[in-house]
Design a protein around this ligand. Structure first.
Ligand SMILES: NC(=O)c1ccc[n+]([C@@H]2O[C@H](COP(=O)([O-])OP(=O)(O)OC[C@H]3O[C@@H](n4cnc5c(N)ncnc54)[C@H](O)[C@@H]3O)[C@@H](O)[C@H]2O)c1
Length: 246
């Protein structure tokens, strides 16, 4: 696999962390696919980055298969996959959370990661040139916050898929790793960040004293997808200002 000019597919790339990751790969000279449920936003971001827009719902296996076939036809098989699409969809204790919210978050974060991995990894195996998969997890997979159990369970599942993928795909030269951010300033957290009390509560948990920006997350994603990380697979690395330590 070449170091640049690779076909890089980022899900949920029209906003937040995914957008920043897509931009960083594009600036490194890779051929980026901006895949997102919001097709209009995907088109806008892709135009800004000189990338290919792919309207895509990761919860729809047929759409995923068709979308990745389109990518293979237009750019070639996917060489780097970043499973970033994710939602929180609300909060609530395990007693109070509506089961519909639990099902929605599982469908996007966990089942969506599985579905896109399944199709992209099959493309990588067929192309026989190796590949990289980076899953965007969360430190919530390892550190609970009351009211977010549904979301955190999906990210723990994503970490499990990362490890299984790493051993199953290693023989094909495909590495699978995860990046686990702590809280990050994005549209997902915008509501929380405008509430000074909520923001202060989050900041007080972070030894480095500030909430991350998407630009804090992107370098690790690019590194894990690079040849320099050629002997790293099955890891999930936190980018959390030290929050997991306390
Ligand atoms: N923001 C944080 O504090 C934070 C912390 C840890 C982990 N994460 C993870 O980072 C990833 C990106 O989060 P963000 O904060 O940038 O969120 P965001 O809301 O800014 O962006 C998420 C993007 O995913 C897209 N999306 C939603 N459902 C989709 C679907 N079914 N198919 C395809 N695309 C879909 C949305 O349209 C949106 O463009 C998520 O997996 C999230 O869980 C975020």
């Amino acid at each position: 696999m070449s170091a640049a000019g690779r076909v890089v597919l980022v899900t949920g790339a029209a906003s937040g962390i995914g957008r920043a990751v897509a931009q960083a790969f594009a600036e490194a000279g890779d051929r980026v696919v901006v895949a997102d449920l919001d097709g209009t936003a995907a088109g806008r971001v892709a135009a800004e980055l000189g990338a290919l827009a792919l309207p895509l719902d990761v919860t729809d296996p047929e759409a995923v298969a068709a979308g990745l076939e389109r990518v293979a036809g237009e750019l070639g098989p996917v060489e780097v996959l970043v499973n970033n699409a994710g939602i929180v969809a609300g909060g609530g204790s395990l007693v109070d959370l509506p089961i519909e919210i639990f099902d929605r978050v599982v469908a996007v974060n966990l089942r969506g990661t599985f579905t896109v991995t399944k199709v992209a990894a099959a493309q990588m195996i067929e192309a026989a040139r190796g590949g990289c998969i980076v899953n965007i997890s969360s430190i919530g997979a390892r550190q609970p916050t009351a009211g977010l159990g549904h979301y955190e369970a999906t990210k723990a599942g994503v970490d499990a898929l990362t490890r299984t993928g790493a051993i199953e795909l290693a023989g094909h030269g495909i590495r699978v790793n995860g990046v686990a951010p702590g809280p990050v300033h994005t549209p997902m957290t915008a509501g929380l960040m405008t509430d000074p009390a909520a923001r202060g509560a989050w900041e007080s948990r972070i030894p480095l004293g500030r909430i991350a920006t998407p630009g804090d997350i992107t370098p690790l994603v690019l590194f894990l997808a690079s040849p320099q990380a050629g002997h790293i697979t099955g890891t999930v690395v936190q980018v959390d200002g030290g929050q997991l330590l306390v």
